[in-house]
Design a protein around this ligand. Sequence first.
Ligand code: MUC
Ligand code: MG
Length: 367
Amino acid sequence: MKITKVEAIPFAIPYRKPLVFASGEVRVAEHILVRVHTDDGLVGTAEAPPRPFTYGETQASIKEVIQSIFAPAMDGESPFDRELIHARLGRTVANPTAKGAVDMALWDIIGQSTGVSVSQLLGGYTDRMRVSHMLGFDDPVKMADEAERMLETYGITTFKVKVGRTPIELDVAVCRAIRERLGNRIELYIDGNRGWTASESARALRLMDDLDLSMAEELNPADDVLGRRWLVEQCHIPFVADESVATPAEVTREILGGSATMVSIKTARTGFTMSQRVHHLAESLGVEVVMGNQIDGQVGSLCSAAFGAAYKLTSRRAGELSNFLDMSDDLLATPLEITNGELLVRQGPGLGIEIDDEKLEHYRQDR
Ligand code: MUC
Ligand code: MG
């Protein structure tokens, strides 16, 4: 089986409820649908959500790097030869989201051609993930309302609250309002997207000491090397590295350097192949992981759930798999459903991604 064509299709779907956080905001999902075609008719599919403020990739840059550099590097190769393809893609630095989507599309082909689900190929630990919902910036009452709605409608009991604003009292008030509204029925953790300094983060953690937060993520920049270590040393809950660990090597550096004690795995940026390496590394180092969300659509969330359910370590905590609910529409022919706070992994060969052609035609931007 040989790769014959790689498509990078830009599409745009508005958010009903924009997600705003310390490093940026998303009002329209301007993503790329990646399709890898083979000579025996199989097509692997994945989604690339650009996050310019995090990795410097845009919708245009992802389309360009896939079409001009990655597609020719894969042409005529077998989708099974992932190490060869990664070695070629790796000659281009960065571009994690473009590489991640190409990798996941290859795994989709491998699953389809072997008749096995990708989640089983990866590890096959379970068939479901508990879901955690990310709450973007708003005022305390509105954010508590949103958390309550998610609990009542979808049974979601884990919430990641976006923090990192100044004065820090506003974010502290948000976390307090959510905890007071929903009590001990929920798990609560925070993500600063590097918005605070080390000392602001330390003060915020002290002010929220009674709120039973379970994790703190990227509260301040990892580049503040000593400030980050100082903060992590006094943090009594796991300190999650997210955008500071976009590669397995960065996981090694941040964990061994004392700048984090836990890792967020995002298939959007490490695909399945590099996410496997991050998982194995985390397991070997004895650090916990959480399946993160790069503000993925339904295709990306399905991929993230497939990976998360593949291993004991990745399925232990709730995965951030629900932000597609904030989008006005999506591309899957059979939409994802969250019930009782859980998302089921698609069974059957490959990833189980079937695109609604009419919707793709409507939302694609290259016609
Ligand atoms: C997160 O966990 O930080 C925001 C930016 C990004 O790249 O992912 C999101 C969520
Ligand atoms: Mg984060």
